[in-house]
Design a protein around this ligand. Structure first.
Ligand SMILES: [Zn+2]
Ligand SMILES: [Zn+2]
Length: 125
């Protein structure tokens, strides 16, 4: 691995870690560009894919939206997401309604759940 790739990975991993919320490719690009000027979307995509392959980060799926990315370590702790319809940012929600199994139809086997709330964040509301 070249030095350049290492600094790109560090900038991108660092941006995701520092944000404390899932980031889109565009957001990662803006933040990483502070450390690696002119990094560009193509490079961000490539490094993000490598970090996904290496299990460092994990995708966050938001219905009807491009994926966001969070640290795999954060993804491993059960939590949910809030999508702001004003600024398009995604935030973590560290609570769970629980007892989702009561919603499952007779005879179905529940494997897990994902919940995405939407509305306006404190800044946009
Ligand atoms: Zn907002
Ligand atoms: Zn939950």
């Amino acid at each position: 691995m070249t030095r350049r790739n290492t600094s790109q990975q560090r900038a991108i991993g660092g941006a995701i870690e520092a944000a404390g919320r899932p980031l889109s490719i565009q957001e990662i690009n803006q933040l990483a560009a502070k450390d690696v000027p002119g990094i560009g979307l193509r490079t961000v995509y490539r490094v993000v894919n490598r970090l996904l392959d290496d299990g460092v980060i994990a995708p966050v799926t938001v219905p009807g939206q491009p994926d966001r990315y969070e640290l795999a370590e954060a993804a491993a702790r059960h939590h949910h997401h809030f999508h702001c319809l004003g600024c398009d940012r995604v935030f973590d929600i560290h609570s769970c309604p629980g007892r989702i199994d009561r919603m499952v139809p007779e005879g179905f086997v529940l494997d897990g759940h994902e919940i995405t709330l939407n509305g306006l964040c404190a800044q946009c509301a």
